[in-house]
Write a protein that binds this ligand. Structure first.
Ligand SMILES: Nc1ncnc2c1ncn2[C@@H]1O[C@H](COP(=O)(O)OP(=O)(O)O)[C@@H](O)[C@H]1O
Ligand SMILES: CC(=O)OP(=O)(O)O
Ligand SMILES: [Mg+2]
Length: 424
C-alpha cells in the first residue's frame, strides 16, 4: 500500500538537492499538528520522519515515527496544552535534529486559499495579509496554521515558507457547484463554495492509476472521513463536486462540527434564543456533530466501543448522512465506478465502511467482508459493479512535493551536489 513515488515527481528533470537538506511540512489541525521531514534525492521526496502532536487528550502527546512507523521519539507529556506550547515543543525537537540535517524550507497546509490562491505560493508579508483575512472562514484551521508560519519566522527568519491550499484542488468544479443561490454579487464578494481536504484528494487522485489502472479516470468518489469529513467527486481525476462549501462546516456531520443545517436555525438561535455570534460559532464547530448528538464523544473509536444506545444511534446517523451524500454526488457524476475510503475513519473503521456500503448497495456496491475486515486495498467483492478501495491519504507528502517543486522552480533551493562532490 505504499504510494507510487514516481507519480509525485517534480516535472523539472534538472531538480536535485543535497541529500542532507530537508523540508519540514506542517499540517495544523484544530487539535493536532502533523508534521513530516523529507529529503529530496533526484526528483522525488523521501520521508525521514513523521510526527504528531496530539492536543485532544491530556497529557498532550508528542510522537515521532520513522518510515516503518517505528516510534523514534516519544514524549508522553509536555507542559501546557495550547497550540503555542505544541509548536515550541516541535521546534525544540527540530533544533536537536539539526546536527544531521539542514532545514531548507517549510511547507504548510492552509485550509483556505479563497479565490485568489489556486496554487501553492511562497509566503511573504503580502501573502500573510491575505491569509489573515481568510482566517474567519476556517476558524479551527487557519489561525493555527498562521501561528505556525509566524513561529517558524521567529525560529529562522530567512527560511523560505510555502503555503499549500486545501481549496486549490476544487477550482475545477463547475459553476453549479461553486455558487450558492444568493444574488450573484455575493458570489463575486467571495460568498461561494470552495471545498476542502483538497491536498488529500490531490494525493489520492495522483495514486489512483496505481490501483485502478485505466478506471482511475472514470467516475470516482473519494470519502475523506476523519476528524473533519467530506466527499469529493472525481472525473478524469479532477474535482467536479464536493460536500464542504464556504467553510469546512458544510456537508456531513463531523467529529464536533454540525454539517448541513437549515440557515433558518441560525436565525432562530439569534432571534429567539438571543445567542451571539461567538456562542453560535462555538456550538457549530465544537459541540455538534458526533459529539453533540451522542453526548459521549466525537471520536468514532469511542462510539464504536460504547454499548450506549445513543452512541450506536450516532454511528447510524453518520452512516446515513454519508450515504445520503454518496447518492447526491453520484447524481452529479451520472453514475459511479469506484468509491475510495480514506483518512482516520475511512482507513481504520471496517464496521463503518461496511455499513455505508450496505446502505449504498443500490448503486451496485458489494463488499468482500473478509478483505474489508483485513483493511486490504480493494475491499469490494469480485462481482461488485462499483469497486471499493481503502487508500491511506498523505497530505504531508503532497505538501512536501509542492514545497520542494516551487522552491526548486524558483531557484530558492539550489543544487549544491556538485559543490559537495568538489569538496571530497
Ligand atoms: N481505528 C479507528 N476506528 C474508528 N475511527 C478511527 C480509528 N482511528 C481513527 N479514527 C477516527 O479518525 C479521526 C481522526 O482522523 P484524521 O484523518 O487523523 O483526522 P484529522 O486529520 O482531522 O485530525 C478520529 O477522530 C477518530 O474518530
Ligand atoms: C478541512 C478539514 O476539516 O480538515 P480536518 O479534517 O483536518 O479537520
Ligand atoms: Mg486532517
Amino acid at each position: 500500500m505504499r504510494p507510487h513515488r514516481e507519480l509525485l515527481r517534480a516535472s523539472d528533470a534538472e531538480i536535485t538537492s543535497n541529500v542532507n537538506d530537508v523540508i519540514l511540512t506542517l499540517n495544523a489541525g484544530s487539535s493536532s499538528i502533523k508534521f513530516g521531514l523529507y529529503t529530496f534525492e533526484g526528483q522525488s521526496e523521501t520521508l525521514i520522519w513523521r510526527g504528531h502532536l496530539d492536543l485532544s487528550r491530556q497529557p498532550s502527546r508528542f510522537i515521532v515515527t520513522d518510515l516503518e512507523q517505528r516510534e523514534i521519539d516519544w514524549q508522553e507529556t509536555f507542559k501546557g496544552s495550547s497550540y503555542q506550547d505544541a509548536l515550541s515543543r516541535l521546534l525544540r525537537w527540530l533544533v536537536e535534529q539539526m546536527a544531521s540535517f539542514r532545514l531548507v524550507g517549510v511547507g504548510h497546509r492552509l485550509v483556505h486559499g479563497g479565490v485568489a490562491f489556486n496554487h501553492p505560493v511562497i509566503i511573504n508579508e503580502q501573502v500573510m495579509v491575505s491569509l489573515e483575512k481568510l482566517a474567519p472562514l476556517a476558524p479551527l484551521h487557519q489561525p493555527p496554521a498562521l501561528e505556525g508560519i509566524r513561529a517558524i519566522e521567529r525560529f529562522q527568519r530567512e527560511l523560505p515558507q510555502v503555503a499549500c491550499f486545501d481549496t486549490a484542488f476544487h477550482r475545477t468544479m463547475p459553476f453549479e457547484e461553486q455558487v450558492y443561490a444568493l444574488p450573484i454579487r455575493w458570489s463575486e464578494k467571495g460568498i461561494r463554495r470552495y471545498g476542502f481536504h483538497g491536498l488529500s484528494y490531490e494525493y489520492i487522485a495522483n495514486i489512483l492509476p496505481d490501483y485502478l489502472g485505466d478506471d482511475a479516470d472514470r467516475r470516482v468518489l473519494v470519502a475523506h472521513l476523519g476528524h473533519g469529513a467530506s466527499l469529493c467527486a472525481l472525473k478524469q481525476r479532477k474535482s467536479v463536486g464536493t460536500t464542504m462549501g464556504f467553510s469546512p462546516l458544510e456537508g456531513m456531520p463531523m467529529s464536533s462540527r454540525c454539517g448541513n443545517l437549515d440557515p433558518a436555525v441560525l436565525l432562530y438561535l439569534m432571534r429567539e434564543e438571543r445567542m451571539d455570534i461567538e456562542s453560535i460559532s462555538d456550538l457549530l464547530h465544537h459541540h455538534s456533530g458526533l459529539l453533540g448528538l451522542s453526548g459521549i464523544s466525537g471520536d468514532m473509536r469511542e462510539l464504536l466501543a460504547s454499548d450506549e444506545p445513543r452512541a450506536q444511534q450516532t454511528v447510524r446517523y453518520f452512516v446515513w448522512q454519508v450515504s445520503r451524500q454518496i447518492g447526491a454526488l453520484t447524481a452529479i457524476l451520472g453514475g459511479l465506478d469506484a468509491l475510495v475510503f480514506t483518512a482516520g475513519i475511512g482507513e481504520h473503521a471496517p464496521v463503518v465502511r461496511s455499513q455505508i456500503c450496505r446502505q449504498s448497495s443500490w448503486l451496485g456496491m458489494e463488499l468482500d467482508e473478509a478483505a474489508n475486515s483485513a483493511n486490504l486495498a480493494c475491499i469490494s467483492a469480485p462481482a461488485s459493479r462499483v469497486k471499493v478501495w481503502v487508500l491511506p491519504t498523505d497530505e504531508e507528502r503532497m505538501i512536501a512535493h509542492h514545497t520542494y517543486k516551487l522552491l526548486a522552480d524558483q531557484r530558492v533551493i539550489t543544487n549544491e551536489k556538485e559543490g559537495l562532490n568538489d569538496d571530497k
